[in-house]
Design a protein around this ligand. Structure first.
Ligand code: HEC
Length: 102
């Protein structure tokens, strides 16, 4: 039993949260979704391509998990009816390109 717990600990601790969460995500598909549904509004309030919203000094999202939650909230708020997979793809793209949580 103790060996099993040790093995599990090694398994879970050696991969980071973001790596685990986004292991099967398709960031390219996420990029396309983000560009279609999300960016114009960010761009109208933050200028340019809207990416300033992710990189501003006091940005809201502080972890990979928080990023997925934020994407989920936006999806729900906008009534886009994305699947979990779509949310993860978008979060993976945002993480890869801007947030870079480990
Ligand atoms: C109608 C306008 C609008 C649309 C559409 C929109 N957003 Fe946002 N988004 C905002 C605003 C405004 C904020 C900043 C909220 C704040 O500062 O409290 C924000 C914040 C965010 C953040 C957090 C940035 C940070 O501070 O770290 C993420 C991530 C995000 N949006 C993702 C998305 C995604 C994904 C979509 C598409 C599903 C989307 N947004 C669609 C207006 C929008």
């Amino acid at each position: 039993m103790r060996t099993l717990i040790a093995l599990l600990a090694i398994f879970f601790c050696s991969t980071t949260q973001a790596e685990t969460m986004f292991a099967h995500a398709d960031a390219k598909a996420g990029k396309a979704l983000l560009e279609k549904h999300c960016i114009s509004c960010h761009a109208s309030s933050f200028g340019g391509d809207g990416s300033g919203i992710y990189t501003r000094e006091d940005h809201k999202v502080k972890s990979a998990k928080g990023l997925v939650t934020q994407v989920r909230n936006c999806n729900t708020m906008l009534g886009l009816k994305w699947f979990d997979e779509d949310e993860l793809n978008v979060a993976a793209y945002l993480n890869q390109t801007y947030y870079q949580f480990k």
